[in-house]
Design a protein around this ligand. Structure first.
Ligand code: PEP
Length: 255
């Protein structure tokens, strides 16, 4: 049984003071929700403060990126050794990193390897662009991204994959639940071939792209979809809490 998983990607939003206020707004209610793994991924500069605030809570922390070396002359980069004192998860290969910061599949693969070696759980993001979707290349693209992203890595069930069609991120145009579930099943089959069936069955695969409290049910009512990576809506305490609440209700009923 895979534990449902909801992560909030705050992207480059909130100062350290704003981040603490946002956590204070959601902490009590979110903390009480059982049966869903809840993770928030604030900017790097808030990880220290929030790791203290969330210490005795059921809410986990993740970073939004990291470098693939552990230390050295890499001005401005953040190492897995620094992150692992503060959080358990790290988002890797987000489409904004791939497209705005030219991260290739090879770079993402090095980051996934280094994260796992340093006991951080990667949330590996993959997804096709609009023109790839429209020309029927979705499966080819996600298959390439998963295969390259996991190249040379031993099977590990702690990895989380987020299927995020690029055209659905921040656009208000979410994929349909049916479409997302079919692609996620395809991704699970790719992992099964690459690693093995047992591990593929244990890995959580999320949907991401314009998820809100109004459409979360459409996704998590599909057994193939284990949760969501939420961007914009995770910056609103009420919205994020109700996304997690709906997930607990629907996945709890399906047990
Ligand atoms: C994301 O940043 O991973 C994301 C899915 O964003 P949004 O929910 O805003 O589309």
């Amino acid at each position: 049984m895979r534990i449902p998983f909801i992560a909030g990607n705050w992207k480059m939003n909130t100062t350290a003071a704003e981040a603490e206020r946002l956590v204070l707004e959601m902490l009590e209610q979110l903390d009480r929700i059982e049966g869903v793994e809840k993770v928030i991924c604030p900017p790097f500069v808030s990880l220290v403060g929030l790791s203290m605030m969330l210490q005795s809570s059921s809410i986990g922390l993740g970073a939004q990126n990291m470098y693939f070396e552990t230390k050295g002359a890499y001005t401005g980069e953040v190492s897995p050794l620094m992150l692992r004192e503060l959080c358990d998860f790290v988002i890797l290969g987000h489409s904004e990193r791939r497209w705005y910061f030219a991260e290739t599949d090879e770079v993402v693969n090095k980051k996934v390897k280094t994260a796992l070696t340093n006991r951080l759980k990667p949330i590996l993001c993959i997804g096709e662009r609009l023109e790839e979707n429209e020309t029927g290349k979705t499966e080819e693209v996600v298959s390439r991204q998963v295969t390259a992203g996991l190249n040379g890595i031993e099977p590990v069930s702690g990895l989380v994959i987020a299927y995020e069609p690029v055209w659905a991120i921040g656009t208000g145009k979410a994929a349909s639940g049916k479409q997302a579930a079919a692609t996620i099943q395809f991704i699970r089959d790719v992992v099964a071939k690459l690693w093995n069936k047992n591990i593929a069955q244990n890995i959580r695969i999320l949907y991401g792209g314009s998820v809100t409290s109004a459409n979360i049910a459409e996704f998590i009512s599909h057994p193939e979809i284990d949760g969501a990576l939420v961007g914009g809506a995770s910056l609103n305490a009420e919205e994020f809490t109700s996304i997690v609440e709906r997930t607990a209700e629907i996945k709890g009923r399906a047990k």
